[in-house]
Design a protein around this ligand. Structure first.
Ligand code: MG
Length: 286
């Protein structure tokens, strides 16, 4: 039984989790730049949604977003991008897991999200002085903006990608690798976070909840904050679209994944069809 919670209410199951009909595949997509092309019309190709429906029937797959956006911001994005229907799950802020229930409500995976929040509270308490030092350096040496809010204690918005690279050089020198303090970078944005929680570990946990492993997981992303999930120990099928950051393309190729010839959702369709062909070929040789 999976314990789920929404706000302060705790419920104990999702009908779609019942063993009689478990999903067989998890398909995870970064939102901005991967599934959604904000300059495109439409922003997401309708064929993507048809493919999701087809794979739901043929492969018993579930699909969802794996994004740096908050849950609310992701749902706003879904409306803006005119999704034809809702995904089955959303991994928000690169770490929190939400699953859609039968009533269309987003239910947080209680244990994971609670542990994640607790780990981050402790992290920011322990590293307060270290972060203050980094903030001082950033504000004194760059044009970047330092952000601090209740639910996001430490983040940076740089004025350019080049500036963010410069800031990262400084931060990397300040953060010994054995420490739990880490960060997620996406273009000019950076969010400090716990090393244990990222798109990759959250996706692995989601698959684990359905008793699935990396061999039944597909994931695709275009930015630096996607590299943690673009890892064969997390997903056997990894890909990035043609419009991905060059460093992400290199990472994907180095790790045995696919860089599509098409961009955004057309690239997503391309990668999924390639995976299906691969599976067919494997079966033909069995
Ligand atoms: Mg992206």
């Amino acid at each position: 039984m999976i314990c789920l919670s929404k706000g302060t209410t705790t419920v104990n199951a999702l009908p779609s989790f019942t063993p009689a009909n478990p999903p067989q595949w998890v398909l995870s997509f970064d939102f901005d730049g991967t599934l959604v092309d904000h300059d495109g019309d439409p922003m997401v190709k309708p064929e993507f949604f048809y493919l999701m429906e087809e794979m739901r029937k043929s492969h018993r797959s579930i699909w969802g977003l794996n994004t740096g956006r908050t849950l609310t911001h992701a749902l706003e994005g879904i409306l803006e991008a005119k999704f034809m229907w809702l995904p089955d799950f959303i991994i928000a802020r690169e770490r929190e897991i939400y699953i859609r229930n039968e009533f269309g409500r987003w239910i947080g995976v209680a244990e994971w999200n609670k542990n994640c929040e607790k780990a981050h509270k402790g992290l920011f308490r322990r590293h307060k002085r270290r972060l203050q030092k980094i903030q001082k350096w950033v504000e004194g040496n760059t044009d970047a903006q330092w952000g601090s809010q209740v639910d996001e204690p430490a983040g940076i918005v740089a004025s350019s990608e080049e500036e963010m690279s410069l800031i990262l050089e400084h931060i990397d020198a300040q953060l010994p690798s054995r420490r739990s303090l880490s960060y997620q970078r996406n273009s000019i944005y950076l969010r400090f976070s716990h090393k244990k929680y990222h798109k990759g570990t959250a996706l692995a946990e989601l698959a684990r909840l359905y008793q699935l492993g990396a061999e039944k997981t597909f994931t695709m992303g275009d930015g630096h904050n996607d590299t943690d999930m673009l890892d064969k120990s997390i997903a056997q099928y990894i890909a990035c679209p043609a419009n991905a950051h060059e460093e992400v393309k290199t990472h994907v190729l180095d790790n045995g994944g696919m860089v599509t010839t098409a961009s955004a959702s057309q690239g997503v369709i391309e990668a999924l069809l390639e995976m299906l062909h691969q599976k067919e070929d494997e079966r033909a040789y069995e």
